[in-house]
Design a protein around this ligand. Structure first.
Ligand code: AMP
Ligand code: GLY
Length: 438
């Protein structure tokens, strides 16, 4: 099979690494890819949101399956366009992607579909929103959310109403996120522990993946501004078998029923960002794609072949395929430590030569030079003119290790991290701290 991956970060490198192990794969392309992906796939110089360009490429190259990594092309209708052209895609169309691209729409559906979530109100005018704060949130924590996609920066958890008002001003008056801030949610602040549960679904049948926890804050102890994710581990011990059944019952079944009721054709990943407190679960957000860096910790745990699973999903025949797919997970834990450029999530420098990459570079099946249970996934990397691998983004690499138990996986990952050097390399030393405390 000829497969095209859309995207060029750590998540896409992990997808490429896993798909490259499939006996069914004949050719792998990635648009735009990165320096690590280039070892596994032919990188195509097309932007993930160049839908015309990608569609032409897929038709010309007779691509059998396109796997979409990031949300932006899904929200822009890549999957609709490809399906219209007779191409198979793993990823929801624009209507399903709205669950991520509009927080207002998503909260509305959660309420309508009966999925437990924090109380909220929606505003399109600053004055009304500020009055709501005064009436309901004086000296109380509140969460302010811009409606649209804001690269993970559109959410402010405010300890009290003054901080919330500042966020409101930035979004609604200073228009920090442009059109993404035309509507704003004011949301009750929930407390507890966050957990991500992802499922692969064709809109009818659903396969839950092991749970994962990511570390969004830049600083140790989960302090400082939020990033795309500084590390992740899976499975999260917080999700017991009983709680997993509850998540399926309270979140995923109503989600599937909601899709049916609204006639939404959904084939891809549904990612539930949950808050768990005293055995209560609330849905904070839906994402409509694999998480990054959760994927780096999740896919190494999948023992069976990913390609037929993604294909069956794209073809809408997951239920019929389930028995032959024989999905198997390793009885193991995985941890991913992200190496970032100093300064991220603010401004940072790029073009720094990365040393010590050999041991991790994951050739197709964890082959030559790679230690068993260790993979190095590239995120923001590129080749310079002399062919050296250099930094080219905020998040640069994701060092992933897996082992029987999480502490062992973490030790192995950190040992590998120490071998890698580039100027301004920053990483958190406390990935997995919550699970270790348990
Ligand atoms: P979201 O993009 O909606 O998941 O928000 C990003 C982050 O903000 C989440 O991962 C949480 O850490 C935090 N957050 C969002 N909504 C709430 C809430 N209602 N209560 C507490 N924290 C929240
Ligand atoms: N790591 C969080 C996300 O992918 O949205």
């Amino acid at each position: 099979m000829r497969v095209l991956i859309v995207g060029g970060g750590g998540r896409e490198h992990t997808l490429a690494w896993k798909l490259a192990q499939s006996p069914f794969l004949s050719r792998l392309y990635c648009a735009p890819g990165n320096a690590g992906i280039a070892a596994l796939a032919e990188c195509i110089d097309l932007s993930p949101v160049d839908i015309d360009g990608l569609c032409q490429f897929a038709l010309k190259e007779k691509i059998d399956l396109t796997v979409v990594g990031p949300e932006a092309p899904l929200a822009a209708g890549l999957a609709d366009r490809f399906r219209g052209a007779g191409l198979k895609v793993f990823g929801p169309g624009r209507s399903g992607a709205r669950l991520e691209s509009s927080k207002v729409w998503a909260k509305d559906r959660m309420r309508r579909w009966g999925i437990p979530t924090a109380d909220f109100a929606v505003f399109s005018e600053y004055g009304a929103a500020a009055r709501h704060l005064e009436q309901h949130y004086v000296n109380k924590p509140v969460v302010v959310k811009a409606d649209g996609l804001a690269a993970g920066k559109g959410v402010v958890v405010a300890p009290e109403s003054a901080a919330a008002e500042k966020a409101l001003r930035q979004i609604m008056i200073e228009k920090a996120f442009g059109a993404a801030g035309e509507q704003v949610l004011l949301e009750e602040c929930l407390f507890g522990e966050e957990l991500s549960v992802l499922a692969i679904t064709d809109g009818r049948e659903l396969v839950m993946l092991p749970s994962a926890q990511d570390h969004k804050a830049i600083g140790e102890g989960d302090r400082g501004p939020n990033t795309g994710g500084m590390g992740a581990y899976a499975p999260a011990p917080l999700l017991t078998a009983e709680l997993a059944r509850k998540v399926e019952r309270a979140v995923f079944r109503p989600f599937l029923a909601g899709l049916r009721a609204e006639g939404i054709d959904y084939r891809g990943v549904i990612y539930a960002g949950l808050m768990i407190s005293d055995r209560e679960i609330d849905l904070l957000e839906f994402n409509v794609r694999f998480g990054d860096p959760e994927t780096q910790a999740l896919l190494p745990l999948l023992r069976s072949d990913l390609l037929p699973l993604l294909l069956a999903t794209a073809e809408g025949r997951l239920e019929q395929a389930l028995s032959s797919l024989d999905i198997q997970w390793r009885e193991a834990s995985a941890a991913c430590v992200v190496l970032a450029s100093d300064g991220y999530p603010g401004p940072y420098k790029s073009g720094k030569v990365i040393h010590g990459l050999v041991q991790g570079d994951p050739p197709a099946a964890g082959g030559t030079g790679a230690e068993e249970g260790l993979a190095l996934f590239h995120a923001g990397t590129a080749f310079d003119r002399s062919g050296r691998i250099v930094t080219a983004g905020g998040r640069v690499l994701g060092v992933t290790a897996w082992a029987q138990e999480l502490p062992e996986a973490l030790q192995k990952a950190y040992r590998a991290v120490e071998q890698i050097k580039f100027e301004g390399c920053y990483y958190r030393r406390d990935i997995g701290h919550r699970a270790l405390k348990r």
